[in-house]
Every structure is written in C-alpha cells, then in structure tokens.
Design a protein. Sequence first.
Lengths: 376, 495
Amino acid sequence: MHRRIAEIQSYLQHNDLSLAVRRILDASLDTANISLLKESIAFSQAYRQYEKTAMPAAFFESANNLLDKINDVNERLTSHTAPLVAAHEISKTYRSGNFSLQPISLQINTGDVVGVVGENGNGKTTLLRCIAGQLALDTGELQFSQLQKPDHYDIKHHLAFIPQRIPKWYGSLKDNLHFSAAIYGIKNEENIVMVDFMLERLDLTPYAHLNWSQISSGYRTRFEIARILLQKPKLLILDEPLANLDINAQQSILTDLRFMAKSVHNPMGILLSSQQLHEVEKIADTVLLIKNGSCLFRTGEPEKTTQAFVVELETTASRETLLNVLNNQGELNYNGGFYTITAKERSAQDLLSMLVNGKIPITYFRDITHSTKRFI
Amino acid sequence: MPGFLKSAEQKLLLNKPGVWSTRTHLVLYYGLLFIIVLTAVCFLDPSDLRTGSITPVWIGFVSVICIIALVVWLIYLLRFNLFKRYGVIDRFYTVKSFILYFISAGVIVLFTYVQPAVESVRANMAYGDEEIVNDINAINTKVCELEYNSLKVPWQYDTVSLVQTDEAPAVSPAYEDAYESVDAVPGRPAPARHHIFLDSAAFHYRAVKADSLIKLSDTSYILYDVPAYAFIEAATADKRTKNKLLSSFELYNKIFKYPQPTDKAVIRKELGMLLHKYHYQEDLSSHALEIYESDGPFDIVSKKYHLVHVGTSVSNIIEKKYRWSKENLPPFIRVFYYVTLVITLLVLIFRHTTTRTFFLSLLTGVLLTILTALILSFLHTADSDLLLALVNYTILFFAASLTAFYIGKRNVITGILINLFVALAPFFPLLIFLWYVAWKKEQVYKQQMVNVYVNYPDLEKFIPYVEAGSALLFIILLVVYINKVYRRWYSLPQE
C-alpha cells in the first residue's frame, strides 16, 4: 500500500475526517482518472451532508473503497522535483526613487513553497511582482527552466499571481471558474469535473451560485485560489493570501497549498508573502526575511543562527524573577508582549528546563533560533 | 433564457471560451428577437404611406434603444477577457474576436434599419411599380384632357448665342435666370424668356434638354421648351417598369398636337378616383404654398385638382418604395458598415489594452484631430492635404508601434500609438485612394483654370473595391501583426 493511502487511512481511523476527505480528493486528482475524481467529489459532498451528524458506516466503507481504487493506480502518486524559476540578483528601484529592492537571488523548484516575510513597506510585494513579470527589473534576470524562448505572454501564462487586493470579478463565481479552466485548455467534461473538484477541495460548493458582492473577503481569496489553480500554473505567487482569512482558514489554506505544491497532477512552485511568520515557516521549505528592500535572512543559513539560541515566551512573571532564574546565562528583552531570551551557551531545551525548574508560569514558549522572527 | 440557448451557452463556455466571452450568441438571439418585435410594431404603424416618412423619428427612437443594447452588451462582454487573463490563444484569436464583435455590433446597428425596411415593404405591397407609373400618366393625361383649353399655350423659348469661353463665363448668369418660371397665357404670343450667351459646353447641355431647336445662324439658336404638362413628376418611378412616364413633350404630342374627342364626364370621374387614391392633405412646404399663391393657368389647374398634394404623396410613396434600390443602397451599406466598424474597433482596442491607455488614446485622437485641423486651416491647404496627413499618421503610428518589440517595459505612449494605428489601419488603403482622387481633381481643376479641357477621370467607381480591399487588408493585419503587437505590449512588465 502506498504511503499516502496509509496516511489517509490513519486519518480516517482517528476521526480526522475533514483532513481525510481533503487528502482523498488530492489523491484521486493525482490518479488523473475522471471517474475516480467524480467518485471522490460525490464522497466529499456526502461528507458535508453528514458533517454535523454522526458518520454512518457507509461513509467509511465508501472511503475505503475509494482508497483501494486509488491505490490500484498508485504509480502516479509520487511527485518529482524539477527546476522552475531562478532569479539572479534581481533588483528594482521605482521611478519616484522612494524605494529600492536590493539584488536578491532565488531558486524555486516544483513542489517548493517559498515564503517571503517582513514588515509592511519593506519590499515583499515588489519582489513578488518582479518574479511574476509584472514589474520590469533594473538588474538581474529571471530564468524559467521549463519554457523555451518564452515571450512575456508565455511567462504570464506559465505562472499566476494573486494580489493582496483581489480584483473584482463579474458574473457568477461558477461561470468564472469554468471560464478560467476553459481558457487554459480544460474543456468539456473535464472542465465540469475540475470545477466541481476545486469547489469541493476548497469547501466552496455552497457558494458557487453566488456572485462577488455576496461573499466575504475570505471566500473571495479562496475563490481566487480555486480560479488560479484551475489554470494549472507552474508557479503560483500569492501576495498576503492570509490577510483576509480567519485563523482556522489560514491553517487549512497553508497546508492545502503545501499539498497542492507537491501534487502529482500539477506539481508547482509556490511563492507567498505574509506577515504570519510562524504559520508560513511551518509549511515553507524556505523563508526569506526582507527588510528595507534587502534579504536579511533566509532559513537554512546556519552561519547566521548558530551564534546564539533564541526563545520567546509569554509569562506573568516579573522581569526580576526571570533574571534570577536565568542567572546571567541569557540576555532578556521585552517588547511589551513577549520576552525574548538570547543565550550563547544554553539551548532552547535547556532554557525551557531552567524556566520550568524555576517555577515560572509560562503561557507561551517558542524556539525562534532558526526562525526569521529573531531578526525582526 | 430558453433551454437551447442555455445549453449553447454552457457548451460555448466549456469548449469555446473565446467565443463565449464575446456574447455574440446572446446578441444574435436577443437582437434578432428584438428585430422581429420591432418589425411587427412597424407593420402595425398606422401612419399613411402617402405622408412624409417618419423614418428620422424612428431612427432617433431606435438609436436610443441601440445605445442601451450596446451598453448592456458591453457590460456582459467586459466581464470576461481571455486575452487579459493570458489564456491559450492562437494567431487567429484577434481576428476571430474582431469578426464576432463586428457581428454583435452589426446586429445592434441593424435595429435602426428595421423601420425604413418595413416602410419600404409596406409601400411596395400597397403600390405596384407599374401601377404607380400608369396612375401618374393617367393623372397627367386626364388633367390635360380636361383642361385642354386653358393649357393649350404657346411654347416658351430662349434665344441663345454661342460665344468663346474667354468672352463669357462658362455658364452666364443669364443662363441661370432662364430657369425662372415665365408662364405663357392662352391666346397671347409666346413670351421670349431671355437672350442668353453660352459657351459650347453649356450650349450642348442646354440643347439636349430643349424640346425643339431652330438654328438662326452658326452662333444663334432658338431653344423651345414645351409647357410643363407633366403635373405629377417622379423621375425614379419608371426605372424598373415596362411602361415609362410620359414627359411634357409626349403629353403635348398625345393631347395637344392631335386632339381627340373625349367624354369629359367619364374622364372627370376616373380622374377623381385616381386623385382620391393619392390625395392626402398635409402641411405643404413653403415652396408648394408659393406655387399655390401664384395665378398662372398651370397653377390654377394645379390648385383645382390639388395636384401639389397629389404630387407630394406620389413622391413620398416613391421615396419609400425605392429606398433600397441599387442606386440608393450604397449609402445605407456604408453607414451600416462604418458605424459598425467604428464600434467594433473601439471594443477591440479596449479589449486589448489597459483602461488608462484606451482613454488616453481617445484623448490623443481628439487632440490630434483638432491640432491637424487647425494647422491645415491656417495653412489654407486643400482637401488632399488632410487625407495625406491621415496617411502619414497611419505610417507614423505603424512605425512607432514596432517599438513594442524592442522595449522591455510596457509604457503608455507605445500603447497609445498602437491603438491609434489599429484605429486608422482599416481605412489606410481607402485614405490613400481618396487622397489620390482628391489630388487628381486638383490637378484637373488647375489645368481647367488655364483653359485646357481635361476629362476628369471617374475614379469614384473604384471606391467600393478599395473599401473591400481595406477590410481585407485589415483582416490580414489582424492575423499577421496586430495580434502579435498587442500580445507583446500587453504582457510586458510595467515601469
């Protein structure tokens, strides 16, 4: 049995049903089998029917049947990584001269999720728009490995950019999804199935008949993601996709994006910007911290993080109590919300032990030694 | 939306998104439906066919509906744009879109043609071609027969002296005056209207129109005109009929030259029926009232039988009947084609450019037109110079649009230049041809100013071919150039 199938069965056993349904949809998409896809859509629709009641045994039975069928074509369930886009020392200065993006290099492969974090006005969107081909570069170049002698239209066809403020759509949401799929070559029955799939996958089926003004900004973001995913982009660039989402939706969208990037059906690279450092760090392969237009830090650069261990914590204890417990083995800073402890000798684990032993009431603790957070 | 249209809509959306997004199928269906309804309404129009046409009022009313239809179409059209979403397009995408926009705009523009067409059909159904010619001849003949005594007047004549061109103007003022009406009175000698001086060309023209001519010497002639016995005239009525309208000269020969005994009571009755058929009292034009107020024998007869009213009614009917005749058709087709083309071009440009660039292009076009007109008027230039300026602008805009292939950033100026080129390209061969015609006319005019008689070449007959060639060239340009230049420019990164 394929590892992915085993994982899904485990979710089912432990009643993580929502996750199991989403993974079944993903796995059936990767088989590229229309009838399996239809079955899994029907299965997902059935799940939503029973969602608020107890799940009948028939639900689990049909889930296992579906997984068996998917397992039969499991040779398609493995994705491969391939270079997608390489940015070499790209920089950009606006004509008004009030902001410059300093030279940045970046490599994105299929299946990669690259996060760009940083404070407002530091160049995240500029970097994303440069890579999306929306802004002309002052220096450097972009190489799209999977395109041969592409013109700008080909490049923009090849990738998709979702801005923070999603432009308004007109007409019904479902028509927009059908249209988006059709203009990218998904025709006829496949178009219908893929749109239904995407609606199910992003939990949008109940809203499909509505129009733009009838849905919230969070659902607009989801619809935009659904629309873009139907275009099967090789590179998906999202500017602040989490800005309009609630905490649960942020979590689920990020994990979905992670899975979608590694999809066998349409493996893609994902580049996203966000203010939610920890959420992004959880799912991203690489995270870039942009400050004043320069890349201050990117995850996976040990030389910048091995000098000291850093943790942040939230506690009701006073600064004096904390300093007593630390006993000069760490530097303590307070930003009004969190305490940050920087220690050269003591690891995060040791620091936690010291705090617990010192009977410090901890409400929040995070090791940010390798996180971009320590540089902000 | 009916079931079949819904299903067509769904099929197009799933399989032909480029076609679906133009909404041509909806415009065709609802447009044709509206045309059918409008046709029915126009057929129910109670207005009398003998009255003046109310087409201008209808066109004004339907034009408002056209604008509303156009706005509704644009609202739906502008929702989805395959090109701006970087969808899969082939080299024929732009030309296919252009044709679909043209069809949609054409259906909407066609609304304005419904009432004139229905009015024409109604006139043709009510009055036959031969019937109307026979009736006119019958009215004129019967009036002459009934009023034989008062209408038997001597012919009027002009004495014409032939002169060299440099001795007198090509057409002397006296010749123009010769058209003044000088009524003859029965029992009196024929009045000599004028002694006029004409050069050979003007004399030839005048002699052909005269009903009789007496040569006094090599340079002096008397030209006779028969009195206007054709009270009801309709020059175009007999173009397609076997029977022809009788001219005043033919009526003279038939009634006055060899008079036949007639039963006036029967004729009066028949004439009464004919006049009743065509007589429709409505406000007359000032010219007609003028005739009514004069007191010559012909005017008295005209007044007696209400012939001005009858003549006006006949003209109205004929105008409605032959509105779509071969000779009247080209202007209708041209108005339809060019109005549709301009709408289509605006839509095409809007769909391939940014909103800002589109409106700046419109502004540039207006400013450039004003500037060019000012410069040309200050320089006192000829017609051909305006056309030459437009030809030069087209070439200039084309050359400038090529820069889109060499620049690395999308800028507004290049966009404007591309848009202006696209706007002028469908007229380019026509502009060149019209410039050539205007230039040739000026050459001929200059030669005539130095007394050299030059035959003016009849080039206008080639205009339809040039227009067809212009359309064809534009279609080719859409495939080989315009789609590429828009694809390139629109996808370029911004500043």
